[in-house]
Design a protein. Structure first.
Length: 307
């Protein structure tokens, strides 16, 4: 198992380096940062001065090595729009808000999908099963930004029971954005849990457990659900990626002051150091989560660590 974990760790480092390379190249292709920052009416002398200050007059390979060295130390430069504050510190200031939203959405998606998928499989073809699958299909079909707007219209405008924007005190502010962000992962994982449970419930060891006289809840939750959760763990890793990516739009829709909103605002403002820091932070978080999922997978399925 140690060799497997080490291999996955090395692969994760390579992926992060690849992300840094892609971010650097894409931002280079967007145009001259100095000209974009100063505006098209700026004089050539001012543009050259900014290029020299930012090191943009050096060859690309030198710029990338300097960028890579700074990234390894958490230095992505200073923001061009936020009074020269370090880019990574701006990202870290917004991280608690994104963490609160992401963890709440993921908790809702995992807990509800396990319950709904398991009950739907146990009560196959019942009214509950049909209703759960209809809701899951609906959740996968609706765009997240549209669902967010509909929830705002219903619960904030029409009923007036939940706030529509911002991050205030109390849990009320996170309910609507978390529900919006959790809808698609919840729907997808519910369908997968139901499918996996149906496969497992037909296995011989489940019939043996029932023949021994074990309580049905023990058979379902201790024997069936654990074995059915192996492919679910992989999908949960993908759900984390969806949630991290979804924060770019959902935080903008709900005015949630997180890393996603910061990244999108920085793109519009041509604040390249903050864009680089935000993308690196989100990508590194996703790589770390996938590494944890792979390690958890070896615990659930011994065949992985023994292969």
């Amino acid at each position: 198992m140690g060799e497997y974990v080490l291999s996955r760790l090395l692969q994760s480092i390579i992926v992060i380096l690849g992300v840094l390379l892609v971010v650097f190249v894409l931002l280079q292709l967007t145009g001259d940062p100095a000209r974009l920052v100063l505006g098209m009416d700026a004089s050539e002398e001012d543009v050259q001065r900014v290029r020299e200050t930012l090191g943009l007059n050096q060859p690309l390979h030198v710029q990338f090595v300097r960028f890579l060295g700074g990234a390894m130390h958490g230095d992505f430069g200073k923001s061009l729009r936020f009074s020269g504050q370090p880019a990574l510190s701006l990202v870290m200031e917004r991280f608690p808000a994104t963490l609160q939203l992401g963890v709440t959405a993921l908790t809702l998606a995992i807990s509800l999908s396990l319950v709904l998928g398991t009950v739907a499989a146990v009560k196959r073809y019942s009214i509950f099963d049909n209703l759960a699958m209809f809701v899951a299909l609906l959740g996968q079909s609706m765009p997240s930004f549209w669902l967010g707007l509909m929830l705002i219209l219903l619960f904030a405008v029409a009923l007036g029971i939940l706030p529509s924007m911002g991050r205030g005190e109390g849990f009320r502010y996170v309910i609507l954005p978390a529900l919006t962000l959790a809808a698609t992962p919840l729907a997808r994982t519910t369908r997968l849990v139901r499918s996996c449970m149906l496969d497992v419930l037909g296995e011989d060891y489940i019939r043996t457990a029932r023949a021994k006289g074990l309580a049905e809840r023990v058979v379902i939750f201790r024997h069936a659900l654990k074995n059915a959760s192996i492919p679910v763990v992989t999908v949960i890793g993908l759900d984390v990626g969806f949630i991290l990516g979804g924060t770019l739009i959902i935080e903008q829709v709900f005015g949630w002051p997180g890393v996603g909103k910061l990244a999108l605002d920085s793109v519009f403002n041509r604040d390249y150091p903050v864009v680089q820091a935000s993308v690196f932070f989100l990508a590194s978080s996703l790589v770390l989560v996938n590494l944890v999922v792979d390690i958890l997978y070896t615990w659930l399925d011994p065949r992985v660590r023994l292969s």
